[in-house]
Design a protein around this ligand. Structure first.
Ligand code: NAD
Length: 386
């Protein structure tokens, strides 16, 4: 593989997956032509498409292809009417997506949330709170914290309890109840590696990082803050600030434009990234990246839209392909270091929106100059703007 040639596994999946993937590939082909890179893209089935083709949500051949690729461009998987017909562990999201995250050690989840000024109407916040447009990136640790810490269990507790302390006969009753335990654990190396991802991402943006914790209450928060401050010394060009998670949730509603990169542990990131996503108005606009380790300058990653398979609009040329197209831009930026090409895709998306191109999810009849178009026309407009 030469310096300018990369192997990509394109797994479109189910529902709107194939439609939006086709548009992302169209845009990547336009990028190849303009930037002189070679993308060896191989398509393979996953999800129900995998079950139908090879009896498994993640067929062996698809998994092998991923192992031989530098990055995975993923659509989405799962169909609500078919999922309940098979055991939970064989269902597409668990058997394909979660397995890929685990097998490839994808520890960093990046979710950019961008609300261009032209789409102000799609945002639930008042226009005066949106400033010149919202543009932030939530970096979430994906493999540690409360979701995975041990012990993790629900147990039955039996306790003898005095009914009344004044009672001379010391009558006692037996209390039985369940107790649930989740353990929040982070180690210094886990915090360090996600902090590096956050600071590096900030260097590619407006160079500000807000680290989220609960250092006023949690031991985890104290360690998180200490390690992030230590890692910050390697990135003197990035301005670091700390914020308690409760205040972070509130600030996102009051003044979202203050944020550039928001760095979070797993659970806080899960909650805050969904809160941030609501600001963009449509799932069809939100890309994401899940990153693993870096070898020989290439960071392995899985890139996918934040939304699901949208069966309500699948096969009708109605889906917004922008989330998938922006996911492919993230792949160029974070896995292959092709920043100029990634920026060209972002700019092409902005141009299509400025020119009035709108799929149904971002269309408003009060928006002067907006034209309602289909999935493939949106892809054409973006590819043409590369
Ligand atoms: P969904 O994200 O598929 O749809 C929610 C709403 O958002 C729908 O109204 C849909 O039309 C709309 N929407 C989503 N993407 C859109 C796009 N690109 N353009 C325009 N509108 C869009 O969520 P759901 O309905 O809860 O789930 C449907 C299926 O997708 C389920 O089987 C679920 O398990 C699966 N799912 C998969 C993933 C994944 O593969 N990562 C993520 C979420 C849900």
């Amino acid at each position: 593989m030469s310096e300018n040639s990369f192997n990509v596994a394109a797994l479109a999946g189910d529902g709107i997956g194939p439609e939006v993937m086709a548009e992302a590939l169209k845009v990547l082909r336009a990028v190849e032509g303009r930037f002189g890179v070679t993308l060896n893209i191989t398509e393979a089935p996953v999800g129900w498409a995998g079950i139908d083709a090879a009896g498994k949500a993640l067929p062996d051949e698809t998994f092998e292809l991923c192992r031989n690729s530098n990055a995975i461009l993923f659509g989405s998987v799962g169909l609500p009417d078919r999922d309940p017909t098979i055991p939970k562990e064989e269902r597409p999201e668990r058997a394909a997506l979660l397995r890929l995250r685990k097998e490839f050690g994808l520890f960093a989840n990046l979710r950019p949330v961008t609300l261009p000024k032209q789409l102000a109407h799609a945002c639930p916040l008042k226009p005066e709170r949106q400033g010149e447009g919202i543009d932030m990136l939530v970096v979430r640790e994906l493999t540690g914290g409360m979701y995975f810490g041990q012990p993790k269990t629900t147990e039955l507790v039996t306790q003898k309890d005095s009914v009344n302390p004044e009672d001379k006969k010391k009558t006692r009753r037996i209390l039985r109840y369940e107790r649930a335990i989740d353990t929040m654990v982070y180690t210094e190396p886990e915090i360090e590696r996600i902090a590096h991802v956050g600071f590096k991402a900030a260097q590619l943006r407006r160079k500000k990082l807000t680290s989220i914790d609960k250092a006023n209450v949690l031991e985890n928060g104290i360690l998180w803050r200490k390690v992030v401050e230590r890692v910050a010394k390697n990135y003197p060009d990035v301005k670091l600030e700390h914020m308690f998670v409760d205040n972070g949730a509130m600030q996102m509603m009051l003044n979202p434009t203050q944020f550039d990169v928001m760095l979070c542990e797993n659970m806080f990131g899960d909650i805050l990234s969904d809160e941030a996503a609501a600001l963009a108005g449509s799932l069809g606009m939100l890309p994401s990246a899940s990153l693993g380790n870096t070898e020989a300058g290439i960071t392995f990653g899985l890139y996918e839209p934040a939304g699901g398979t949208a069966p309500d609009i699948a096969g009708k040329n109605l889906a917004n392909p922008i989330a998938q197209i922006l996911s492919s831009a993230m792949m160029l930026r974070y896995s292959f270091g092709l920043n100029e090409a990634a920026n060209a895709i972002d700019a092409a998306v902005s141009k299509a929106i400025s020119d009035g191109c709108r799929t149904g999810d971002i269309f408003s009849s009060h928006d002067p100059g907006a034209r309602r178009i289909g999935t493939s026309e949106m892809g054409d407009a973006i590819a043409a703007a590369i």
